[in-house]
Write a protein that binds this ligand. Structure first.
Ligand code: BG6
Length: 495
C-alpha cells in the first residue's frame, strides 16, 4: 500500500540533514515504488535558490550519501521534477500564506484533497515559531491530513520539553506530531520486536530469573566534527542516552504488546521508562561516568582534543562519553543492571546490545574443562555489523572433555540479498502513511528527560576535574571500566 497524494514541506531544505538523509531517503523510496502516485517536495529556507540550483545541490547529496546514486538512466531527473524550492523567512507570517496557496494549487491540479507533511529539519529554537505560524494555516490544522515531523533534540531538559509539548498539543492533536528518533527506523532495531515477540523461545527466559545483566554500547569512531557549536549545548548524555539509548533499552525491556497498534507499543515502552529507578543525586558517582576526549593519534592521524574543536570552549566541561548503570524496578527486571555507554572517538564504530544470561546452576565438568564459564549470551549487533549471535558452550573435538564457547549466528548479509532500507526511508514512509508507532510520544520524551535529569544536573553543578580523561581510539575513561568491573563484569565487544 502506498501513501495517498502528499505535499511535503521540508523546513531547513537547504541544510545538511536534507541533503544527506531526507532527499536520499525519498529518492530511494521512489526507486522502490513506495512514494505516493502524486507527490510534491518543497524545500524551504532563507538561501536564495532557483529550483534548478536547489535540485543540483540535492543531487550532490544523492551522489555522495544515497545508498543508490543517480543511475544515468534519468531516474534522478524524473524524480527531481517533483522537487521545488520556496524561499521564506520562518518569522514572517505572510510567507506561510504562500504555503497555503501551494497546497490548494496541488489540490486543484490533482483533483483530490492532499495529505500535508511538514518536516522541521531546523534548529530546535525555531520549532515554536514555525509551529505557531503553521497553526494559522487552515491546512496544517486538519487533524486527518496534516502531520508535523520534529527532529531531535526535543527540548533541552524536562522543563523545556514540557513547555514544547504543551505548546504543540495546544495547537495540534498529538496524533499529528511525529517526534523522530532515527534509531527506531533502523532495520536491526525493529527486528528486536520480531526476535522477542514472534518467537516462543526467548521470552520465557527474558527476565531476572535467567538474565544476569544487559549492556548497550553505541560507540563512534569520529569526534564531534563540525558540530561543536551544537554539541556544547548537548553532550553525550543529551545527544545519545536521552533518546537513542533509552529507546533501545525500551525495546529490550518492554512487556509483550497485545497488538501492533501505535499506542499499544508506545504504552509498553512508556511503562519501562516510568519504571527506571531515579538515580539520587548523591549516588550519581556510583551510577554514571563521564569522559571527554583529549588529542591523540588514531590510525596514523593526529586528532584534536574536544576542547580544540571549532565552536568549543577551551575549558569546556561537556562530556563526549557517558556510561550509566540503570535499574528497572518492575517484576521482570528488578535488580538486573542495564549498563549503557556511548562516546565519540572510541575504538570501534559499533552499536551492540548484549543480553548476558546467568551461569549454569551447577557444573558437572571439572574446572579445567573451560576457561570461560559465563558463556550464555545473546548479542544483537545493530550496526555496522547486522547480526544476532547466541553464544553457548560446546565440546571441543578430541578425547578430553574440554569446553569452548561457540556462536550460532543469524547474519543479515548471509540471509538476505536485498539491501536494507535506511532508517529515514522507513520513518518517512511511516509518517506519510500516518503510522506513528516508531515515533516518540510526548510523555515518553518527558520521562526520558526525567531519567537523565539527576545525572545531568549533578554533572553541570560539579565541573569535572580530570577532563580530558580519555584518548581517541580507546574505549573511554578508566572509570567506565571500573563501573562494571567492580561488579565482576566487563564490557563486551564482538570478537
Ligand atoms: C545523532 C547524534 O542523533 O546520532 C550524533 O546527534 C550521532 O551525534 C548520530 O553521531 C549517530 O547516528 P548513527 O545512525 O550514525 O548511529
Amino acid at each position: 500500500k502506498k501513501p495517498g497524494p502528499t505535499v511535503l514541506f521540508i523546513f531547513g531544505g537547504s541544510g545538511d540533514l536534507n541533503q544527506r538523509k531526507l532527499t536520499p531517503a525519498l529518492y530511494n523510496l521512489w526507486l522502490d515504488g513506495l512514494m505516493p502516485e502524486q507527490f510534491s517536495i518543497i524545500g524551504t529556507g532563507r538561501t536564495d535558490y532557483s529550483n534548478e540550483k536547489f535540485r543540483d545541490h540535492l543531487l550532490e547529496g544523492i551522489n555522495e550519501f544515497s545508498r543508490r546514486k543517480s543511475d544515468g538512466n534519468g531516474s534522478w531527473e524524473k524524480f527531481s521534477q517533483q522537487i521545488s524550492y520556496l524561499r521564506m523567512d520562518v518569522d514572517k507570517p505572510e510567507d506561510y500564506v504562500a504555503m497555503g496557496k501551494i497546497i490548494s494549487d496541488y489540490e486543484a491540479e490533482w483533483g483530490v484533497e492532499v495529505h500535508v507533511l511538514f518536516y522541521l529539519a531546523v534548529a530546535p529554537q525555531l520549532v515554536p515559531e514555525i509551529t505557531t505560524n503553521l497553526n494559522k494555516l487552515e491546512k496544517a490544522k486538519d487533524k486527518n491530513r496534516a502531520r508535523i515531523v520534529i527532529e531531535k533534540p526535543f527540548g533541552h531538559d524536562l522543563k523545556s520539553a514540557e513547555e514544547l509539548n504543551r505548546l504543540l498539543t495546544e495547537m495540534f492533536d498529538e496524533s499529528q506530531i511525529y517526534r523522530i528518533d532515527h534509531y527506531l527506523g533502523k532495520e536491526t532495531v525493529q527486528n528486536i520486536l520480531a526476535l522477542r515477540f514472534a518467537n516462543a523461545l526467548f521470552e520465557p527466559i527474558w527476565n531476572r530469573n535467567y538474565i544476569d545483566h544487559v549492556q548497550i554500547t553505541a560507540a563512534e569512531t569520529v569526534g564531534v566534527e563540525d558540530r561543536g557549536g551544537y554539541y556544547e549545548r548537548s553532550g553525550a548524555l543529551r545527544d545519545m542516552v536521552q533518546n537513542h539509548i533509552l529507546q533501545l533499552l525500551c525495546m529490550v525491556a518492554m512487556e509483550a504488546p497485545v497488538s501492533f497498534e501505535a499506542d499499544e507499543i508506545r504504552n509498553k515502552k512508556s511503562d519501562v521508562l516510568n519504571a527506571i529507578r531515579k538515580i539520587k543525586k548523591e549516588e550519581v558517582q556510583q551510577y554514571a561516568v563521564r569522559g571527554q576526549y583529549s588529542q591523540g593519534w588514531v590510525q596514523g592521524q593526529q586528532e584534536k582534543a574536544y576542547r580544540e574543536e571549532k565552536g568549543v570552549a577551551p575549558d569546556s566541561s561537556v562530556e563526549t562519553f557517558a556510561a550509566v548503570k540503570f535499574y528497572i524496578d518492575n517484576w521482570r527486571w528488578q535488580d538486573v543492571p542495564f549498563y549503557v555507554r556511548t562516546g565519540k572517538f572510541l575504538k570501534e564504530k559499533t552499536t551492540l546490545i548484549t543480553v548476558q544470561f546467568k551461569e549454569a546452576p551447577k557444573y558437572a565438568f571439572p574446572p579445567e574443562a573451560s576457561e570461560t564459564w559465563r558463556s550464555n549470551r545473546l548479542t544483537i549487533s545493530i550496526q555496522p555489523e547486522m547480526d544476532i549471535r547466541l553464544r553457548f558452550q560446546a565440546k571441543r573435538p578430541g578425547q578430553t572433555m574440554s569446553l569452548n564457547p561457540v556462536n550460532m549466528v543469524f547474519s543479515y548479509a548471509d540471509s538476505y540479498d536485498a539491501p536494507q532500507p535506511e532508517a529515514y526511508e522507513t520513518l518517512l514512509l511511516d509518517a506519510m502513511m500516518g503510522n506513528p508507532t516508531q515515533f516518540m510520544r510526548g510523555d515518553q520524551v518527558e520521562v526520558a528527560w526525567e531519567v537523565i535529569a539527576p545525572i545531568q544536573e549533578t554533572w553541570e553543578n560539579r565541573p569535572p576535574v580530570d577532563f580530558p580523561n580519555y584518548a581517541p581510539g580507546t574505549w573511554g575513561p578508566e572509570d567506565a571500566e571500573a563501573l562494571i568491573a567492580r561488579e565482576g563484569r566487563n564490557w563486551i565487544t564482538l570478537p
